[in-house]
Design a protein around this ligand. Structure first.
Ligand SMILES: NC(=O)c1ccc[n+]([C@@H]2O[C@H](COP(=O)([O-])OP(=O)(O)OC[C@H]3O[C@@H](n4cnc5c(N)ncnc54)[C@H](OP(=O)(O)O)[C@@H]3O)[C@@H](O)[C@H]2O)c1
Length: 233
């Protein structure tokens, strides 16, 4: 049975991915910081080890690795947990560097750390790393300099990992806007009910896992209408 590790699986996109893979009979290791929310979110899935903790904490990452080792394999690592940073989003000239450091710890260093710790089982399964990115990595929106630059760094880490780990597939996956807590945090007080539910991008993400196109950056919107080869050319 294939095994996936999904970070940030208690709500939003991470939870939708957990349900989609569980539906296919996958075995899961999943985390989020708030234990009650995590257990509540995943309790009806048949084969999931849910471990509460913060991806920036090395001891917690070691727990995730130990859970993967007990499963005996890892097919897909999905670095989905992410920090938006302060809300409302501050302009760069006012950005507290301590806040920015925490954004980078969550969005850049933790995904790399998990990739380093888990590269061995991923190599054994010719596995996949999916780092969840954002259009803010490539567009210059006012207020998005902290989060956006962290996702740009994540994109580049993903690209170089893909070049170095030729036996793996390494994807930066840009889901587009989704109606989630993080999106509401980014637009405090605004009505975000016109944004699509996170479940709408699951078919695009599953295409990466099923079809294994070349390592690279993929937008969900492109994957739903084009073949991965067309997207990457
Ligand atoms: N929503 C959008 O419009 C949008 C657009 C582009 C990209 N994205 C990306 O999509 C991914 C999912 O975002 P989302 O909108 O689904 O967010 P969300 O609804 O806020 O969910 C975030 C999940 O990550 C967990 N989490 C946050 N920080 C964590 C940490 N340090 N350690 C462990 N778990 C942590 C949260 O649980 P706890 O709070 O309990 O830890 C929660 O389960 C992120 O990478 C985000 O950057 C989102």
């Amino acid at each position: 049975m294939p095994v996936a590790l999904i970070t940030g699986a208690s709500r939003g996109l991470g939870r939708a991915i957990a349900y989609a893979l569980a539906d296919r009979g996958w075995s899961l290791v999943a985390d989020a910081r708030r234990e009650h929310d995590l257990i509540e979110a995943l309790h009806d899935l048949p084969d999931v080890v849910a471990i509460a903790g913060d991806v920036t904490n090395p001891a917690h990452r070691a727990q995730l690795v130990a859970a993967v080792e007990r499963r005996g394999r890892l097919d897909v690592l999905i670095n989905n947990a992410s920090s938006l940073g302060p809300s409302p989003l501050p302009p760069l000239v006012e950005y507290e560097l301590g806040d920015l450091r925490r954004v980078y710890e969550t969005n850049v260093l933790a995904p790399l750390a998990l990739s380093q710790l888990l590269v061995s089982p991923l190599r054994s399964s010719a596995g996949v790393i999916i780092n969840v990115s954002s259009d803010a990595a490539v567009e210059a929106y006012q207020g998005w300099g902290g989060y956006g630059s962290s996702k740009a760094a994540l994109d580049q880490l993903t690209a170089v990992l893909g070049a170095e780990e030729t036996g793996l597939r390494c994807y930066a996956f840009d889901p587009g806007d989704m109606r989630t807590d993080m999106h509401q945090q980014a637009f405090p007080g605004e009505d975000i009910s016109d944004r699509p539910e996170p479940g709408t991008v699951i078919p695009a993400l599953l295409r990466l896992i099923d079809e294994r196109p070349a390592s690279g950056r993929y937008r969900a919107a492109d994957l739903t209408v084009q073949s991965p080869m067309e997207v990457n050319s």
